[in-house]
Design a protein around this ligand. Structure first.
Ligand SMILES: NC(=O)C1=CN([C@@H]2O[C@H](COP(=O)(O)OP(=O)(O)OC[C@H]3O[C@@H](n4cnc5c(N)ncnc54)[C@H](O)[C@@H]3O)[C@@H](O)[C@H]2O)C=CC1
Ligand SMILES: O=C(CO)COP(=O)(O)O
Length: 387
């Protein structure tokens, strides 16, 4: 490095330290549902608390499909999201906007937090509006499956927008986090250093005037005294844990619906955890670490919380108890919130069937067949029985 480059760097460092001419990150949350609003609350609080790194104003995109007229102006007036996160005060520095271009055009950090079935459409609407050097985090629990391929939503978002996207997932029932009850989460962030298949020219660098987006900065943005963040590099493990546990949570709900007791539920959770890990190993190879499923919040901890207090578990249980379809229960019970497990079970099954691998994942396959009316919940034990 030449002496003049070193001098400029020193000057920038000094300026940054003194707050002169330094740039700050602008943060936007894309999504305003149950988890979208809870995460927006946290990052808005942390943005305000770290004025040297972040602009105080955090934007939150509110879809016109939110099912509540004027939700944007209601949120901005009463600083609460009465549709998706009622009773929780949102910070006044969080600004809701119904416009995606307005939400993303100046943001250097984008946080994606919408039900996974809406991601492709949202990316299509964003394309071309976001900063080329923006960095993103996906809080989405789902996988992007087509008959011949399975992708992480972090990769899908990154590829569609031409920016790097990491992932956040953990044992995080939104209503508990929003009430500031203690929980942990896992963030995975590992941007490539050189050219890759998705980024043949490499990533557009974050301007030097902006604070580096690294593990420490992400912790500053998401960590609180009640929401403990661990940052790792296994994006596949973090994303798959959150997506696949939703299928297992449906199985746990079915079992609870039959009142088969805790041993039965523990059995489907054990088998489910093994299938989650096997899916990661089989389709994501070395980029997915076994330890992520057992050591991080995004793995076994999320499985436990979701199989007890999650929406997938609740709707599956009520479906068995009432004899109503799970889609009917979802419509009646969730006030517009969306299940991810039912869609994921079907998407994963299309992929496994196409590969001739349904038999390798008997629990995932059984859940799909129960949802599809091809078998009944009472058959679960024999469907997951091994030799
Ligand atoms: N709620 C929770 O406890 C947690 C949820 N997650 C994950 O976070 C992601 C987002 O979930 P939530 O915020 O809970 O969403 P939600 O289940 O509350 O769904 C409502 C959201 O969907 C949006 N929406 C509805 N119809 C739409 C459409 N046609 N186009 C675009 N958007 C539409 C609404 O605007 C709103 O943002 C999901 O992948 C979920 O699995 C992760 C951890 C906890
Ligand atoms: O992911 C969750 C908790 O970590 C919430 O799961 P549900 O979508 O089943 O409510």
């Amino acid at each position: 490095m030449s002496s003049s480059t070193t001098a400029i760097r020193r000057l920038k460092l000094l300026n940054r330290t003194l707050g002169i001419g330094s740039m700050k990150h602008r943060v936007t949350v894309i999504g305003s549902g149950n988890w979208g609003s809870a995460i927006a609350k946290i990052v808005a609080e942390n943005a305000k608390g770290n004025p040297d790194v972040f602009h105080e104003e955090v934007k939150m995109f509110v879809s016109k499909h939110s099912g509540s007229r004027n939700l944007t102006s209601i949120i901005n007036t009463i600083h609460e999201n009465p549709k998706y996160l009622p009773g929780i005060a949102l910070p006044p520095n969080l600004f809701a906007t119904p416009s995606l271009p307005d939400a993303v055009s100046e943001a250097s950090i984008l946080i994606f937090n919408v039900p996974h079935q809406f991601v492709s459409n949202i990316c299509r609407q964003i394309n071309g509006s976001c900063l080329p050097y923006a960095r993103a985090i996906s809080c989405i629990k789902g996988v992007d499956v087509s008959p011949d391929g399975v992708s992480l939503f972090s990769d899908t978002i990154g590829r569609k927008l031409g920016i790097y996207c990491g992932a956040l997932s953990g044992a995080n029932i939104a209503s508990e986090v929003a009430k500031e009850k203690f929980s942990e989460t896992t963030i995975a962030y590992a941007p490539p250093e050189g050219p890759t298949e998705d980024f043949p020219k490499g990533l557009t660098p974050v301007p030097e005037e902006l604070p580096t987006v690294d593990h420490a900065l992400l912790k500053t943005l998401f960590h609180t005294s009640y929401f403990h963040v661990r940052v790792v590099s296994d994006v596949a493990g973090v994303s798959l844990g959150g997506a696949l546990k939703n299928i297992v949570a449906l199985a746990a709900g079915f079992v609870d619906g039959l009142e088969w007791g805790d041993n039965a539920k523990a059995a489907v959770m054990r088998v489910g955890l093994l299938e989650m890990r096997k899916f990661g190993k089989m389709f994501f190879g070395k980029s997915c670490k076994s330890a992520t499923f057992t050591e991080e919040s995004c793995g076994v901890a999320d499985l436990i919380t979701s199989c007890n207090g999650g929406r997938n578990h609740k709707c599956a249980m009520l479906s068995v108890r009432t004899g109503k379809s799970i889609e009917t229960v979802e419509g009646e019970e969730l006030n517009g919130q969306k299940l991810q497990g039912t869609i994921t079970a079907r998407e994963v099954n299309v992929y496994l069937k196409n590969k001739g691998l349904e038999h390798e994942f008997p629990l995932f396959t059984a859940v799909y067949r129960i949802l599809n009316g091809e078998t009944n919940v009472e058959s679960l034990p024999q469907l997951i029985e091994t030799d």
